[in-house]
Design a protein around this ligand. Structure first.
Ligand code: FAD
Ligand code: DLZ
Ligand code: SF4
Length: 508
């Protein structure tokens, strides 16, 4: 019998991935390939590329040791075809294979490329998620609004996580109210670091030679690159950071890049960890009394709630989702997103740590860099491409609904019922950035005024036809309309002057 090609992509590094389950060890050939197309569809952060290539190589070595016939193409292989489809065809030519088994990729771009192959490619559902496409669509069907909170409750019932019979543990579904503490004086933990082994070092040399011009620092490189290491990072988080995760979930601190966050998304999204083992570990910490309910519920909600919900939205909305732009924003992405050269301390801090670590936590992504892009009217597609490039956990299925939907409101309100915008006050309350800033968060207009302040009001003013009647925003519009004509026109003038200087390339 002719062998079949079993394709495993860089974010499918799970031993029980669907395509492999369908395969026959005695017959088939497993294909994994480092290819220029995947490494270059956006200018990925070098740490992200190094992480995936190192994890791919180790995963392939384990499959080989387990008896699989492997075909692994390194990026610098002179015969590398440069794309996933090209690599599939190359294996067809070199063997008698005429058919390929794949697990559905997390991006329409690649799903389409596989559909258009000249040989049959069977794409099996990626069942590493709690909710299938069909289940999400059934949940969404007929609902006026797709609110995450209701989806999340379904997932709690389905998994039994933090359930007391059919009631939520502690009597409430959501303990977010307790999870908004400002930053603490200091942080007493850090994510687990791993010293690069020989496989990682070889990849680091390759990435340094090939992707030197990409945004991001390659070294020091400390990520886990195999399942064993990722599991150690998980247990370290459960013991050292989870207990405080809830309290400081929304806090931001200059110089503290990780606070009490898990830094697990890149491992989970690449397949080194499962949602199930992460959530079980967190629930067990609650059961043993080593982590409080507000932390554990908040953490589990991010994974079985937000993560699954975002995936459901991406696949339900379809390939044109990343092109949406209901607010008609078209300003170019400022250069400081790539070089951190801005006088706004909050932005410089979030961008600098993104360059260093390929990581920023949720509130930095949403309320600093995302908030600024929305207030400044940046083209959402450019914002989407930036996020897809710079974070180690970024794949379109999860990045696009977070950016196009949640952060930029470019989908018109599918993910969020109102835009996530705020002035400087929110950032000042939740961080220590403002005290080291050239701008004054208490000043609303003029040279020294915090740009988030006047851009916020100018945004509301610009979009009053769309948001003026939104009951969740009525209070803000009333406040705006109560300001004197002079104050309102000062605010709009300050915003316009700032945006003109920014677009002219001045250091703002
Ligand atoms: P923690 O704060 O420890 O949270 C635990 C886990 O919950 C994460 O590991 C992640 O798997 C999950 N999670 C939390 N929030 C979300 C969310 N909104 N959507 C999906 N999963 C979530 N997450 C990505 O995995 N990839 C992305 O490309 C990505 N892009 C984002 C872009 C924007 C503009 C925003 C606002 C959020 C984005 N997120 C993305 C969600 C979130 O910011 C990251 O999952 C989180 O910061 C990862 O860090 P962590 O592992 O320390 O998370
Ligand atoms: C992100 C990425 C990168 C940088 N490189 C590769 C690669 O060389 N080979 C590969 O199989 N996968 C890579 N990936 C992950 C894919 O881009 C990812 O599978 C798709 O975007 C679908 O989520
Ligand atoms: Fe950011 Fe404004 Fe605070 Fe400066 S003053 S750090 S720009 S919120």
């Amino acid at each position: 019998m002719k062998p079949r090609i079993i394709l495993i992509l860089g974010d499918q590094l799970s031993p029980d991935i669907a395509a492999l389950r369908e395969a026959d060890k005695t017959r088939d050939i497993v294909l994994m390939a480092e290819v220029a197309d995947e490494a270059g569809y956006v200018p990925h952060h070098p740490k992200k590329i190094a992480f995936l290539f190192a994890a791919m190589r180790k995963f392939a070595a384990n499959l080989e040791a387990d008896g699989w016939r492997m075909r692994y193409t390194k990026l610098d292989d002179p015969d590398n075809a440069g794309s996933i489809s090209g690599e599939i065809l190359r294996v067809c030519e070199a063997t008698s294979a005429e058919e390929c088994f794949a697990t559905e990729p997390g991006e329409f771009r690649l799903i389409t490329a596989l559909e258009e192959m000249p040989i049959p490619v069977h794409q099996f559902p990626d069942d590493r998620f709690l909710c299938s496409h069909a289940e999400f669509d059934a949940w969404a069907e007929g609902r006026k609004e797709l609110r995450m909170e209701y989806f999340y409750r379904e997932m709690r019932r389905k998994t039994g996580l933090l359930m007391d019979g059919d009631k939520p543990e502690g009597g409430k579904w959501n303990y977010d109210h307790d999870n908004r503490k400002p930053p603490p004086g200091s942080i007493d933990t850090a994510p687990m670091h791993f010293t690069p082994d020989d496989v990682v070092e070889e990849v680091l040399d390759l990435v340094a030679a090939r992707f030197d011009n990409n945004f991001g620092d390659l070294r020091p490189f400390w990520f886990a690159t195999d399942i064993g290491q990722a599991r150690r990072a998980l247990s370290h988080f459960i013991s050292h950071a989870l207990p405080q995760f809830g309290d400081y979930q929304d806090a931001m601190m200059g110089g503290e890049k990780f606070l009490y966050h898990s830094i697990l998304s890149m491992y989970l999204n690449a397949g080194l960890l499962t949602w199930h083992e992460i959530c079980e570990a967190a629930a067990e910490a609650y059961a043993k009394g080593t982590a409080p309910l507000n932390a554990v519920e908040g953490f589990i909600r991010q994974i079985i709630g937000w993560r699954e919900y975002m995936r459901g939205i991406y696949f339900r909305e379809g390939p044109d989702y990343t092109q949406r732009n209901v607010l008609g924003h078209d300003r170019a992405l400022p250069e400081f997103y790539w070089d951190g050269q801005t006088q706004m301390a909050c932005m410089a801090s979030a961008i600098d740590q993104t360059r260093e670590e390929a990581y920023a936590h949720h509130i930095q992504r949403l309320m600093v860099t995302g908030n600024f892009a929305l207030l400044a009217g940046i083209d959402p597609h450019a914002v989407h491409e930036w996020y897809l490039a710079v974070y180690a956990d970024a794949y379109e299925w999860v990045e696009a609904p977070n950016v196009i939907g949640m952060s930029q409101f470019a989908d018109g309100g599918i993910v969020g019922s109102k835009p996530y915008v705020s002035g400087g006050n929110y950032i000042n309350k939740m961080s220590d950035y403002c005290k080291g800033c050239r701008y004054d968060v208490k000043v609303k207009t003029g040279e020294d005024g915090c740009p988030f302040n006047y851009l916020y009001w100018a945004f509301l003013h610009r979009h009053r036809d769309r948001f003026g009647k939104n009951p969740r925003m009525a209070q803000m519009y009333r406040t705006w309309m109560r300001m004197s004509d002079e104050k309102r026109s000062d605010t709009i003038d300050s915003a316009e002057a700032f945006l003109s200087r920014m677009s002219a390339g001045e250091r703002v």
